[in-house]
Design a protein around this ligand. Structure first.
Ligand code: F6P
Length: 557
């Protein structure tokens, strides 16, 4: 495709539309019956990760069309542009180099002619040094006691990535060192966290790329006051506070010792930053070696993404399947279902990664797109979701393509638990694909001894349409390397979709308006004067709040 041709005007897109007319009528049940080799045809491997995408409404022609689409969009060139540090974040004129942070071979990566690898390595060394000091108990607080609790204060990318990884790799963590995460400016979050902590053994990380995010700054100030109040002075901040930021000056001004400030760069997007010094709480939790494994896993996924042909490229295929449902089946959402308790924060993490990246309606040329872009992503631990929203997935009116992730072995691997878990993985994917026909449902009810009248009444409810797509990732166990690979695969999927939709996946202007308005409204909340500067709903809500808070007298500053 010539780069200025809108993607939905291209011949390949038209061919996909025509192909959809045909495929939209097909049922996967029949496709599996016709082709016993579907699993072999539509599954790929990366190290211990098996990606089975055969339970999708596709055939070989679908994939050929989709690969052509990727090719039309010069995916391979875009991949190189990203890895080579070209400023592909066009609205901010920035490179996008989270891949450099896990560039395990250390080969030079140039930004504006300067190799960024030495600075990355240096910062990683500093992070590991501090983490090791805390882990080995050589880092001492103001009473010369070792640290028992680390509190990471951050939000969005400065929170969700580290939180998700710490939870996912909890079996690899030191168990007598607690890592807490505070993100919400709601005082309950920090108060509930600090309530049980001893200031003499608590270490804070203020994680904020910008060091201006309101939620984080308010929480950071509360943490500092808590520390000062308990200690009785501010002389020991250096033993109890660190910061990770690209705004080093602001962190210094906040009072953090320069030796405890870790640098990140403008070419690391917040939601892609868990590989940077934002990983400090992760490294404290799991240690240097496990963190290196996490990076190695991501690096191997990077190599796969760069080198595998489109047809065998897992993130490219993940992305294309998403496009197929989003743009041709008109699916509005996608669901992520980990069947691993330790991945319970993975959907929340992916929500930011995906929706903040691809929730855009303006293309790279500044035109409003006339096709749909990023889907609504949601998710939950698979087993919990089965008893919550699977009803809609099986019998609702919406098509919700699902990703299922499951480990072949669990950490302790108690057969009774794990086999019960895995039986659900296989059963749900099969049920979503196959459904239950009217004949099958009828035979079942008949077998249960129901009379014809009762069968007639119940039958429609017992039918499952099936043909609901799932892609399944099976991996040996949730090791640091496997987790690193999985995260990187999803990052690259998001990137490929952004390229095909011709949007910039690396800015986030859509979060600004709310922030701007909140800062104006905050001024208005500082007095009791009734406001009239907004619409009637906003005025009404603000004024009601002001009246009630006076009556409740429930606020302290
Ligand atoms: O408001 C959205 C956002 O800018 C995210 O992109 C980012 O991850 C988060 O806020 C936190 O930003 P910071 O790390 O600068 O505090």
């Amino acid at each position: 495709m010539a780069s200025m041709t809108k993607i939905n005007r291209s011949a390949t897109w038209k061919a996909l539309e025509e192909h959809f007319e045909e495929m939209g009528q097909s049922h996967m049940r029949d496709m599996f019956e016709r082709d016993p080799k579907r699993f072999e045809k539509f599954s790929l491997k990366l190290n211990d990760i098996l990606f089975d995408y055969s339970k999708n409404i596709i055939d070989s022609r679908t994939m050929e069309h989709l690969h052509r689409l990727a090719d039309d969009c010069d995916i391979e060139q875009w991949i190189n542009k990203m890895f080579d540090g070209e400023p592909i974040n066009n609205t901010e004129n920035r490179a996008v180099l989270h891949t450099a942070l896990r560039n395990r071979e250390g080969l030079p990566v140039l930004v504006d002619g300067e190799d960024v690898m030495p600075a990355i390595c240096e910062e990683q060394k500093r992070v590991k040094k501090l983490a090791e000091a805390i882990r080995t108990r050589s880092w001492r607080g103001y009473y010369n006691q070792p640290i028992t609790d680390v509190v990471n204060i951050g939000i969005g990318g400065s929170h969700l990535g580290p939180l998700m990884v710490t939870e996912a790799l909890s079996p690899y963590s030191l168990h007598d060192l607690n890592i807490h995460y505070v993100s919400n400016v709601d005082e309950n979050h920090i108060n509930d966290t600090l309530e049980h902590l001893n200031p003499a053994t608590t270490f804070f990380i203020i994680a904020s790329k910008s060091f201006t995010t309101q939620d984080t700054m308010v929480n950071a100030e509360t943490a500092r006051q808590w520390h000062i109040n308990k200690v009785g002075n501010d002389e020991h901040i250096d033993k109890h506070f660190s910061a990770v930021s690209s705004n080093v000056e602001a962190a210094k001004e906040f009072g953090i010792d320069e030796d405890n400030i870790f640098q990140m760069w403008d070419w690391v997007g917040g939601r892609y930053s868990l590989w940077s010094a934002i990983s400090l709480p992760i490294v404290i939790a799991i240690g240097e070696e496990n963190f290196d494994e996490l990076l190695q896993g991501a690096y191997e996924a990077d190599l796969h993404f760069k080198n595998a042909p489109l047809e065998e490229n897992i993130p490219v295929n993940m992305a294309l399947l998403g496009i197929w449902y989003n743009n041709f089946f008109d699916a509005q959402s996608t669901v992520v279902l980990p069947y691993d308790q330790h991945l319970h924060k993975f959907p929340a993490y992916l929500q930011q990664a995906d929706m903040e990246s691809n929730g855009k309606a303006v293309d790279r040329q500044g035109d409003v797109v006339d096709y749909t872009t990023g889907p609504v992503l949601f998710g939950e631990i698979g087993i919990a979701a089965q008893h919550a929203f699977f009803q809609l997935l099986h019998q609702g009116t919406k098509l919700v393509p699902a990703d299922i992730l499951a480990p072949i072995s669990n950490f302790h691997c108690i057969a009774r638990h794990h086999r019960a878990l895995m039986s659900n993985v296989f059963a749900q994917a099969e049920a979503l694909m196959k459904g239950k026909t009217e004949q099958e449902a009828y035979a079942e009810l008949k077998g249960e001894g129901l009379d014809e009248k009762a069968i007639k009444a119940l039958l429609p409810n017992k039918i499952f349409p099936g043909n609901r797509p799932t892609s399944t990732f099976l991996f040996n166990s949730l090791s640091p390397a496997t987790l690193g690979s999985l995260i990187a695969l999803y990052e690259h999927k998001i990137f490929v979709q952004g390229i095909i939709w011709n949007i910039n996946s690396f800015d986030q202007w859509g979060v600004e308006l709310g922030k701007q308005l909140a800062s104006g409204i905050l001024q208005e909340l500082n007095d009791d004067v009734m406001t009239s500067s907004h619409d009637s709903s906003t005025n009404g809500l603000i004024n009601y709040y002001k009246e009630q808070r006076t009556i409740n007298k429930g606020e302290s500053t």
